[in-house]
Design a protein around this ligand. Structure first.
Ligand code: CDP
Length: 208
């Protein structure tokens, strides 16, 4: 079990996918669960800040929800971080994440609280960081590659707002686990991040 945590657009998804491929593990992008709960609420015209409605939406999330391309929209990401601050929502999504992690042959989960709350016993915990500007530039590229036009300052503001919400919430706030290895990806490309992560995973596996 490998945990990959970090703030928005730090490169968690790309790294987690590649690690899963390398070590023959399954991969779960746990952000999609919060996004799916948020999308259900937005489509129903409900307020993501309402805890009871948000918990009910989270309880209804199934695998089928996770393939919707609309999940990647930036307004869904913002709503997801509002939804994710409710303890009842996190509780509703915990069983699903732990069940995924427990199934053979093992898994890579990426998110915000994998090493701290979801899988505190993970064999390897990685925490990806990058400067806010670098992360905003990456998110802009990602949006453009999907044909979505946005402006730099707006993407930067959205990332900062989401980071602040994720770090300050009382339920499972975004922070590195005490035993996580941090990688600052600001000056690294995806291959370099992958190489560093593989070196960390291999050294953990050989010492276990
Ligand atoms: O892809 P990106 O890093 O932009 O976001 P994401 O991983 O899809 O997560 C969307 C939102 O879900 C985050 O801003 C968090 O508020 C929330 N989330 C969380 O609270 N815990 C997780 N394990 C994963 C995501």
């Amino acid at each position: 079990m490998i945990a990959v945590d970090g703030p928005a657009a730090a490169g968690k998804g790309t790294l987690a996918r590649r690690l899963a491929e390398r070590y023959g593990l399954r991969h779960l992008d746990t952000g999609l669960l919060y996004r799916a709960a948020a999308l259900r609420l937005l489509r129903a015209g409900s307020d993501p800040a309402q805890a009871a409605a948000a918990a009910a939406a989270a309880a209804g999330v199934t695998d089928d929800d996770l393939a919707d391309p609309a999940l990647r929209d930036e307004d869904v990401g913002q709503a997801a971080s509002v939804v994710a601050a409710h303890g009842a929502v996190r509780e509703a999504l915990l069983g699903l994440q732990r069940a995924f992690a427990a199934r053979a042959p093992g898994a890579v989960l990426d998110g915000r609280d994998i090493g701290t709350v979801v899988c505190p016993d993970a064999r390897v915990k990685l925490y990806l960081e990058a400067s806010t500007e670098v992360r905003a530039a990456r998110r802009l590229c990602e949006l453009r590659s999907r044909g979505v036009e946005s402006i730099d300052s707006r993407v930067l503001d959205e990332i900062m707002a989401r980071d602040a919400r994720d770090r300050r919430r009382s339920a499972a706030p975004l922070k590195p686990a005490a035993d996580a290895c941090s990688i600052d990806t600001s000056a690294l490309d995806a291959d370099e991040v992958f190489e560093r992560a593989v070196a960390i995973v291999d050294s953990r596996l050989s010492s276990a």
